[in-house]
Ligand binder design. Structure first.
Ligand code: SF4
Length: 556
């Protein structure tokens, strides 16, 4: 299926957009430029801006992985910012890739890497801007194969299932080489699709139908083509051999010129609200030799290295790594506890470190199974501030299952206690609204009423206003509810995304498309209900999650 790339470029292209792209490219180290002749051409798309996409290690890793294959050329594309979108519209330019500035619709494969549900509307914008029909069923055999990877594909791709020919249920570094092999040998797009259906972990939404009962719940899901009922999530057994690493260094990212290296994938802690530990199970650690080699190969490019993993205090080689001389290491997030306290001395140069108590009281931390005590939080925070960390960032959530206003007061009291034991440095609270996630024990739980969530956020802000050196930031609840809809949604939610393309906000778009948002986000589900993501075999039995949910609720 190799040939589309050599077709002539689009008719129109704005000079301004071309120059802006060249400016970004001029700041990059590590960009891959390849002669496209005879190669399989993949446009790797991040459905958010360049700044956000290039800060994502997974996105960077897939770019490197694909370009390491001699007969594949992979180029990047991002969501243009608002000014650029106006310029695209004014000049009738089709969205193009950065490296060779080819229109996306001229690639063999357009691969979206999706890490955040609230980027779903951006997928539609990008397809629209590329002249690619939104629904896979509306595309011709000459349109590119449009595929989806990234964490959102792992746990519930249904709200965007209509847009994609194939979704990767699992880690791309495990499945991509097999998939690319198929594309190499396939005669055309439909042949590639047919062959892909035989690969474990590849989900082809077009092979399935879903029906709903009178209450709107899923009544049946079936495949007229007899495709496999369950799609098993796949993962790389040994991440020491993973090719996911930073490919391009640029100052235009969140980590400004830093080289990110993955030390761990998956997390051993099983917090009940968290989807990351379920979709990346089992926890895997990069071997010491492999991480040292990666650090050595990064050093000629930069001395600033960020070690990435969900719970780095559990990485067995973390002390050894942080003691490697001549490297300016960064690990920005720690788990409160004695293991982390031992690392504090090695983090003196850090300006800012985060820990995540998540809830303000011991009871609520038990409900969410965040196995850290108030003593852990106070002890680790004090150590960090005493060692000269300028800013301590604390992550909390509001709207958690069984949360009461007393629990929210607990956040204020905890921060006050912390300030009492150390007046050094500043403390920043980052509060997000709880969003139930598939494959967690809270997947059946409704989101709390938005008025009450706003009230509770205000309680924290007001409560901490008189406390010196404390800042409070929180998300916009409206977007947390949008995230809830996309996180828990089924195929009908696609209608909301289509309406949003007309410029409406998600609430009006839901009304216009006839989607009852309360049905998705404000309703407690029953154990027997078929959930949109039940077709994914995550390796966690549903009855065990239900038992966990009941255990959590019993701690009221
Ligand atoms: S420690 Fe963090 S990554 Fe691990 S399960 Fe808890 S919230 Fe998730």
């Amino acid at each position: 299926m190799v040939n589309r790339y050599d077709h002539p470029a689009g008719d129109a292209m704005s000079q301004k957009l071309r120059e802006k792209t060249d400016l970004l490219l001029s700041k990059e180290k590590g960009t891959v430029y390849k002669d496209p002749g005879g190669k399989l051409a993949v446009a790797l798309v991040y459905p958010n801006t360049y700044h956000v996409g290039m800060s994502n290690l997974g996105f960077q890793g897939i770019y490197g992985l694909l370009n390491s294959m001699s007969d594949v050329v992979c180029e990047r594309a991002f969501l243009p910012d608002d000014k650029e979108l106006t310029e695209y519209a004014r000049t009738n330019t089709e969205l193009f890739s950065m490296e060779s500035k080819k229109a996306l619709n001229r690639f063999d494969i357009v691969a979206f890497s999706v890490s955040f549900e609230n980027d779903y509307p951006n997928i539609a914008k990008i397809l629209n801007l590329s002249g690619i029909p939104l629904k896979s069923s509306e595309r011709s055999p000459y349109h590119p194969l449009v595929i989806m990877g990234g964490v959102c594909a792992f746990f519930n791709p249904e709200p965007v299932a209509d847009f994609f020919d194939i979704c990767f249920i699992g880690e791309a570094d495990e499945m991509l080489p097999e998939f690319i092999d198929i594309c190499r040998s396939a005669a055309n797009k439909s042949d590639a699709l047919k062959k892909s259906s035989a690969i474990k972990g590849l989900y082809i939404p077009g092979l399935y139908n879903v029906s709903y009962d009178a209450e709107g719940k899923i009544s049946k899901r079936w495949s007229p083509e007899s495709a496999s009922e369950k799609i098993e999530r796949r993962y790389l057994k040994d991440i020491s051999g993973s090719r996911i690493t930073t490919t391009i260094i640029t100052p235009e990212t969140e980590f400004s010129g830093m080289y990110l290296i993955e030390a761990m994938r998956g997390c051993p802690w099983n917090c009940r609200f968290c989807v990351a530990d379920k979709i990346y199970a089992p926890p895997r650690r990069k071997g010491l030799r492999a991480i040292k080699e990666e650090i050595q190969s990064a050093l000629p490019r930069t001395k600033r290295i960020g070690i990435v993993g969900p719970s780095l205090s559990d990485y067995p080689y973390i002390k050894e790594v942080l003691q490697i001389p001549g490297v300016d290491f960064s690990i920005t997030s720690l788990r409160a506890g004695t293991k982390s306290a031992e690392l504090v001395g090695l983090m003196k140069k850090h300006k800012s470190v985060s820990i995540a108590p998540e809830a303000g009281t011991e009871r609520l931390r038990k409900v969410v199974s965040k196995r850290i005590t108030e003593e852990d939080i106070l002890y680790t925070s004090k150590m960090l501030l005493t060692e000269g960390i300028e800013n301590l960032r604390l992550y909390f959530m509001v709207g958690l299952p069984t949360e009461t206003r007393e629990d929210v007061d607990g956040i204020v009291n905890l921060v006050k206690k912390l300030r009492d034991i150390s007046a050094k440095g500043s403390i920043t609270l980052s509060i997000s609204t709880f969003v139930p996630k598939p494959f967690t024990p809270f997947q059946w739980h409704p989101m709390k009423d938005s008025g009450e969530v706003k009230y509770r956020l205000n309680m924290v802000k007001k409560g901490l206003l008189p406390v010196k050196g404390v800042k409070v930031f929180h998300d916009v609840p409206k977007y947390a509810y949008m995230q809830g809809l996309f996180s828990l949604g089924d195929r009908r939610v696609t209608g909301v995304i289509r309406e949003m393309l007309k410029g409406q906000d998600w609430i009006k778009a839901a009304e216009a498309s006839g989607v009852n948002r309360d049905f998705y986000i404000s309703r407690r589900r029953e154990f027997n209900e078929i959930l949109p993501w039940d077709f994914i075999d995550m390796g966690v039995p549903k009855d065990r999650l239900w038992e966990e949910y009941q255990n959590a609720l019993s701690l009221k």
